[in-house]
Design a protein around this ligand. Structure first.
Ligand SMILES: Nc1nc2c(c(=O)[nH]1)N[C@H]1C(S)=C(S)[C@@H](COP(=O)(O)OP(=O)(O)OC[C@H]3O[C@@H](n4cnc5c(=O)[nH]c(N)nc54)[C@H](O)[C@@H]3O)O[C@H]1N2
Ligand SMILES: Nc1nc2c(c(=O)[nH]1)N[C@H]1C(S)=C(S)[C@@H](COP(=O)(O)OP(=O)(O)OC[C@H]3O[C@@H](n4cnc5c(=O)[nH]c(N)nc54)[C@H](O)[C@@H]3O)O[C@H]1N2
Ligand code: SF4
Ligand SMILES: [Mo]
Length: 768
């Protein structure tokens, strides 16, 4: 049998590794290895990428749509499935209004072309205020921080890993996660290089992780207390006159709020916070001095700093430290990547707002156009006007991933209508009346719209589908576009025969004239605006002429081509003949294109009303009062335990547990605890223990280990695959328990609405 090779970006995590796929004649993936010609990943691969073929060929992956009758799901045609969706949504909207339809968007949606290009249109077409995403279980605090500091919630500085001499890393474990909000294939290798060139890495984590072991110094911190440590570092910089950043040439005149910040930090000397954090005051002072002394340093906080009650303060203070030490926007510091698909001519200076609307039940503010997933169950279960009656999930598994997921699971069962775009029948989608599966990864083109703006070098890569789709099988982009058309109430009679394309491509499903109309509208609108805008590379040109120049691919590809050509490295539709186009990327750079080290670009990024970095936003200063109050009220630890999570290299949240090669060895759902706590509670290794919190109780096998600090227990999330009605055979045999059955949806970071997964108070007992 013959075989051929195809290249693509790995879609599984944020590291953007290039992969080389070997395919057999039937289009099956027989082998995967790292793409050595990828200029960013240079052949690096992890066990997940290496088993992409197994995921691709998983027999449990849904081959086509399924419809639910009672608790059973049966296959349907695509057209019947879409018609069922149309009826289901129409009925709910007519009966209860637009807000009765909610949308939940999960993590893989940020790793696809289809997600970023089409989910916005679905939400807009629905006209609902009930948008929920995994962002409020993850990085929303970072968006709120950047929104206020820089005027743009998407302007996220990343540590310039390859040039820094000093990295202070909090709540991140890239040796397992491969990095997040910092796309860096071979993160471990890049960290080792810091030490090799004489630099220093300090890791702050309640567990001595693999990353902590690789680092030069590890500081145990009590869960949920990073904000105290960070503000004490700020305090020390001011108190010891180590603040140099705001007067450094590249930041001078660009920083507001320095005096307010200094005044705020006065109350938090290291000696006052050492008790709550567990980090001794002399260590805090030394850490501040080392940070200030380093030639090129970066402070980087990740999911462990977000999923806390002070999530936004943490993420703010991380960048405050980068500013105060002069490391923001400087090589080796914390820098803003310049993604090839994002225009730089369209900056608007205006204040960042949250709370443009509020949630019905708990009165929580909208943030970034969405409401906290921590209140989704409230909105489904609480009767009254505006109650959620229907839900669209796209690439998400909130029945496992949301705080108090057991309650959400029950809530999902009570919905009048639910549709899921998902390849699996799992803990969430088993509740759906219709499941619309995207095609296999090998059949799916790839471009990282969300992640290329977070990479440690400017870099771009487009991967066409390795295997063509059979006739009548919609791509994920087409599925989502069709949902947008349905949501807009324009699905109607299906074929309208308006354009020559739809006549020539006619088939009940694929004619797509309505979906095409959506893309056309977006393309025409964008080109029209760009042509009218002074400073744009196509200013003054004729939009219709520009339209004709676009790549001849799918509508999604045409939109991508347009974005690249209007972007900072683009050809400006011919204005720069050497510039990027999608066609050129596809044909000349199949392994990706390195666009160079990160460049200082604060002026391009800043879009606050003042045009400066707002270092001490009033809402953050107000929230620091909560910090002050909590510090005063803090009593000595009551002897209870605090639950945190952990990630394993071979897991990916909830959904890779169906690949046999990945659910082996140490990738198990055990409760790790310090041997001293185990001894005190009479727990031996291998004992089954009961973990009880305000919201629930679960049982897991105990794994005493001194890598976890005393008073802390750790359980990974994404397990609990024993539910009836799912179709994931391997996962079902390795079920584990759902950590989110004991996390608390009532605890959130008030500024961002983010879920709190770290520092959940629990008690643990041996089960006799
Ligand atoms: N293998 C694998 N890779 C993944 C994923 C996966 O599930 N598995 N998930 C992907 C996703 S969705 C994301 S968001 C990224 C996340 O990427 P990372 O942010 O690197 O995620 P974690 O490995 O969970 O690291 C978080 C660390 O925070 C620590 N921590 C817990 N509580 C606290 C606290 O209060 N303070 C401090 N300072 N630390 C604390 C935990 O012990 C843990 O080591 O990973 C992505 N990559
Ligand atoms: N206790 C605790 N809970 C956590 C976390 C934690 O650290 N601790 N981490 C949180 C974080 S950081 C995150 S990001 C969330 C993740 O929360 P979710 O996004 O809700 O959960 P995932 O497990 O990533 O589920 C992904 C879903 O997408 C489907 N899928 C896979 N590939 C595709 C595709 O190509 N297209 C589509 N349409 N679907 C696809 C999978 O089958 C699965 O159903 O979980 C959060 N929950
Ligand atoms: S590190 Fe992430 S991107 Fe790279 S191969 Fe592994 S899962 Fe894929
Ligand atoms: Mo995440």
């Amino acid at each position: 049998m013959g075989s051929r090779t195809a290249y693509r970006t790995c879609p599984l995590c944020e590291a953007l590794c290039g992969l080389e796929l070997t395919l057999d004649d039937a289009g099956g993936v027989t082998h995967v290895r790292g793409d050595r010609q990828d200029p960013l990943s240079k052949g690096f691969i992890c066990p997940k990428g290496a088993t992409l073929g197994r995921l691709d060929g998983d027999v449990d992956r849904l081959a086509g749509p399924v419809l639910r009758a009672g608790t059973a799901h049966t296959p349907s045609t695509w057209e019947d499935a879409f018609q069922t969706v149309r009826r289901g949504l129409d009925t709910v909207v007519q009966r209860y209004g637009r807000d009765a339809v909610a949308v939940y968007i999960g993590n893989p949606t940020a790793h696809s072309i289809a997600g970023p290009l089409y989910t916005g249109a679905i939400v807009k077409a629905l006209g609902t205020r009930n948008l929920y995403t995994a962002s409020t279980a993850d990085q929303m605090p970072k968006h709120v921080s950047s929104g206020h500091l820089f005027g743009n919630p998407l302007a996220i500085p990343v540590p310039d890993l390859d040039r820094t001499d000093h990295l202070l890393m909090l709540g991140a474990n890239p040796l397992e996660s491969n990095g997040s909000l910092c796309s860096a294939p071979d993160f471990p290798g890049r960290l080792k290089a810091i030490s090799a060139r004489g630099g220093k890495i300090t890791v702050v984590d309640p567990r001595r992780t693999r990353t902590a072991r690789l680092a030069d110094e590890h500081l145990f911190i009590r869960p949920g207390t990073d904000a105290y440590l960070l503000i004490a570092l700020v305090h020390t910089l001011f108190a010891e006159e180590l603040v140099t950043g705001p007067t450094a040439a590249h930041l001078a005149g660009r920083i507001n709020g320095l005096d307010d910040l200094r005044a705020l930090a006065v109350d938090f000397p290291p000696e006052r916070v050492q008790g709550v954090t567990g980090v001794p005051a002399p260590v805090i002072r030394r850490t501040a001095r080392e940070l200030a002394a380093a030639e090129r340093a970066a402070v980087y906080g990740r999911v462990g700093t977000c999923t806390q009650t002070f999530g936004t303060l943490n993420n703010w203070l991380v960048d405050v430290l980068n500013v105060l030490t002069g490391n923001l926007d400087r090589p080796g510091g914390a820098m803003f990547p310049r993604p090839a698909h994002t225009p730089v001519y369209r900056r608007r200076n205006r204040p960042f707002h949250t709370g443009r609307w509020r949630s019905r039940v708990r009165d929580l503010p909208e943030v970034n156009g969405e409401l906290p997933v921590a209140t989704l169950a409230d909105e489904i279960q609480t009767p009254g006007e505006g109650q959620i009656k229907a839900l669209i999930t796209i690439g998400g598994n909130p029945a496992l991933s949301a705080p108090n997921a057991a309650r959400l699971d029950t809530a999902l069962a009570g919905l009048e209508f639910m549709v899921s775009v998902d390849p699996y029948l799992n803990e969430t989608t088993r509740h759906a009346h219709v499941v619309l599966p995207p095609p296999r990864p090998a059949q799916t083109p790839h471009y990282d719209l969300a992640l290329l703006g977070l990479a440690v070098r400017d870099y771009v890569r487009y991967s066409p589908a390795a295997v063509p789709l059979p006739d009548g099988r919609p791509s994920e982009a087409e599925i989502l576009a069709r949902l947008a058309v349905i949501a807009a109430g324009r699905d109607g009679s299906g074929h309208s025969g308006e354009t020559s394309e739809c006549r020539s491509e006619h088939s009940a499903l694929r004619c797509g004239c309505r979906e095409r109309a959506l893309d056309e509208m977006i393309i025409t609108g964008t080109l029209g605006k760009a042509a009218a805008l002074p400073g744009s590379p196509v200013h003054g040109r004729e939009p219709g002429e520009l339209r004709k120049m676009l790549d001849p691919g799918s509508p999604a590809e045409q939109r991508l081509d347009m974005m690249l050509r209007l972007g900072p490295y683009g050809d400006g539709f011919g204005a720069d003949p050497d510039g990027l186009t999608l066609t050129r990327l596809r044909t000349e750079h199949p392994h990706g294109l390195d666009l160079g080290a990160l460049k200082p670009r604060l002026d391009e990024v800043l879009s606050t009303a003042s045009g400066r970095v707002e270092l001490c936003p009033p809402s953050f200063a107000a929230d620091a009062d909560r910090l002050r109050t909590a510090l005063a009220a803090r009593r000595p630890a009551p002897g209870g335990l605090l639950l945190i999570g952990r990630r394993h290299l071979r897991s990916n949240n909830s959904w890779l547990h169906n690949v046999p090669e990945l659910v082996r060895g140490s990738n198990t759902c055990t409760l790790q605890l310090n041997p001293a706590d185990a001894g005190r509670l009479g727990i031996d290794p291998g004992d089954t223990v009961r973990i009880v919190s305000r919201t629930g109780a679960i049982e897991a096998v105990a794994e005493p280990t001194d890598t976890v600090m005393e008073g802390v227990v750790s359980l990974p999330h994404g397990w609990g695959h024993d539910r009836p009605g799912t179709r994931t055979g391997v996962a079902h045999r390795h079920p584990g328990v759902n950590a989110n059955a004991v996390t608390d949806e009532q605890e959130i970071d008030p500024l961002s609405g983010n879920a709190v997964f770290n520092g959940v108070p629990v008690t643990v007992h041996p089960v006799p």
